[in-house]
Design a protein around this ligand. Sequence first.
Ligand SMILES: Nc1ncnc2c1ncn2[C@@H]1O[C@H](COP(=O)(O)OP(=O)(O)O)[C@@H](O)[C@H]1O
Ligand SMILES: [Mg+2]
Length: 251
Amino acid sequence: MYRSLFSIRRLSKKFSSGHTAILGIDLEIEAGKCLVIAGANGSGKTVLMKIITGLMDYSSGEVLFEGKPLEQMISCLRKSVGLVFQDADAQIIGETVGEDAALGPKNLNLPKNIVQERVDSAIIAAGLAGKTDFPARSLSGGEKRRLAIAGILAMGCQTIIMDEPFANLDWHGVRSVLQIILELKQNSKTVIILTHELEKTLAFADRLVVICGGCVVCDGIPEEALDGLKPEYGVRDPRCSYLSVRDCSWL
Ligand SMILES: Nc1ncnc2c1ncn2[C@@H]1O[C@H](COP(=O)(O)OP(=O)(O)O)[C@@H](O)[C@H]1O
Ligand SMILES: [Mg+2]
């Protein structure tokens, strides 16, 4: 059954600098699906994510969360929507890996033993087993992103939004984030991935939205949305294959 999670209507965002980052976006985001939002650098992905999660105000239009105005739903959204920022460093607050992953579930006022159970399994799911007592700040960039994901898994969020989840990750790091995304999908969570790296994740997408200059320019099942790509959208069609070393170039 279709259930709308976010309804975004005629949304626009103009900064005081005069720059318009979002220009009349209409988007229904369905619960329980994996949505990939792609777009070149500066296309408006992060601004859109911040607006629909109540972290940034908007200039005009309307955002509904679970059918109600976003502004009335902020506390509910904070419990059920987890965000993984591109800059995972900024998300780390706890001294150790275990402390950091426990902050979210502690805020939900869950009993201590439940918090511990959730944290233990989230740390394993995020590929950080054995690092519970590590100083969180000493983790590598990829591990910090996985710690941010662990915190969200431990909260049991129904929706996870990841902003450029593959940025600065090596092959192993990308694979472990993909494994988490796959498990979230299998558990019927809503997953929203903001990225320009379609080749890493499109196989998991139920839907692909491409934004360019703050507007939705392609929207549909990935196969169809990709057919609408134009060079000026700044997103590479990942379906081209490399048959030999001499093909290995993005030029
Ligand atoms: N606080 C801000 N003030 C002014 N302009 C901003 C601000 N935040 C973002 N922008 C601009 O809005 C546009 C979209 O930014 P963003 O959503 O971060 O792009 P991306 O698709 O790379 O995530 C960019 O041109 C960016 O410079
Ligand atoms: Mg961004």
